[in-house]
Each structure stands twice: as structure tokens, then as C-alpha cells.
Design a protein around this ligand. Structure first.
Ligand code: RB5
Length: 156
């Protein structure tokens, strides 16, 4: 199982979908860590705080895959990609979910709770979890991303 321990986090907009995804992951026998947030329906939090928790957990090895949910998934992806070694992909259908693993070796899946039907979102999570990185020419492209990170990011 490539993603044995999966961390899940959301902002206020993604709370319900996060709970559904956690239930799905647990019922499929995966270890999970819930990074929150749990707030009242009228309380807003800032998505970068939750994307950062996930990114740091991936980089420390506490989890080996991350699922981040906000209204669109976009803010989570923007934040996740500020961390060296994180490949955060915002996906919207079966193809983008599969490609984010096969070609991009995504380690942070970003989903929009306001843009996706929740049952579809669960299917897309399943595809992401089960799809392997293809390597070969795609690894060469990831190596180039790593070179860009080296030039632009301070060492962590
Ligand atoms: C919150 O209203 C919303 O901006 C957030 O969930 C997310 O969509 C940001 O990218």
C-alpha cells in the first residue's frame, strides 16, 4: 500500500467533505491523522494554516500522503507548493486525479468542497490512492522541479 498513513486537513469550507474522506479512508483500512479543523458553521479559518500542517507532516515522515480540502482546493495547492518536496495537485476529475500520481507523483491531493460532488470526490480520492508514479521520463521532469526548488527556496 503506497499511502499507508494519510493525513487529512481542511478549512471551514471543507469540514463535511473531510469527515466523509476520513470515514472512507478508515473503512478501507488506512491509518489516518486528522489535522482539523472543527469549527462552528459561522466560523472561518485560514486555509494556509492547515495546508502547512499537512506539508510539514509529509516532509517529517509522520504521514506519507496528504489530502487537503478547502472551498476550491486552490488555496491548499498554492500553499502546499511553497514547501520544498511537496507536489500539491488540485484535481477535478478521474483523469486529473490519475495523472497527478502517474506523471507528477503528487504527495498532496487538493480538493474543492464547493466544486465537487462529495461522492465523486471520494471516487477521485480512491483513484489517487491506488495510482502509482510511472517514473522514467516523468522522473526527469520532477528532477527539474527539484532543481528549480534548489535555486529558489532556502534549505529547510
Ligand atoms: C474560504 O471562503 C475559501 O476562500 C477557501 O475555502 C478556499 O476556497 C481558498 O482557496
Amino acid at each position: 500500500m503506497q499511502f499507508k498513513k494519510v493525513g487529512v486537513a481542511s478549512d471551514h469550507a471543507g469540514q463535511e467533505l473531510r469527515q466523509m474522506i476520513l470515514d472512507y479512508l478508515r473503512s478501507s483500512g488506512r491509518e489516518t491523522i486528522d489535522f482539523g479543523v472543527d469549527v462552528r458553521y459561522d466560523t472561518a479559518v485560514d486555509y494556509p494554516d492547515y495546508a502547512a500542517l499537512l506539508a510539514e507532516a509529509v516532509l517529517s515522515g509522520e504521514i506519507n500522503g496528504a489530502i487537503a480540502i478547502c472551498g476550491t482546493g486552490l488555496g491548499m495547492a498554492i500553499t502546499g507548493n511553497k514547501f520544498r518536496g511537496i507536489r500539491a495537485c488540485c484535481i477535478w476529475d478521474e483523469y486529473s486525479s490519475r495523472m497527478s500520481r502517474q506523471h507528477n507523483n503528487s504527495n498532496m491531493l487538493c480538493l474543492g468542497s464547493r466544486t465537487l460532488n462529495p461522492y465523486r470526490a471520494i471516487d477521485l480520492v480512491g483513484i489517487w490512492l491506488e495510482t502509482s508514479f510511472s517514473g522514467e521520463r516523468h522522473q526527469l521532469r520532477l528532477d527539474k522541479i527539484q532543481e528549480i526548488e534548489k535555486r529558489n527556496f532556502q534549505p529547510q
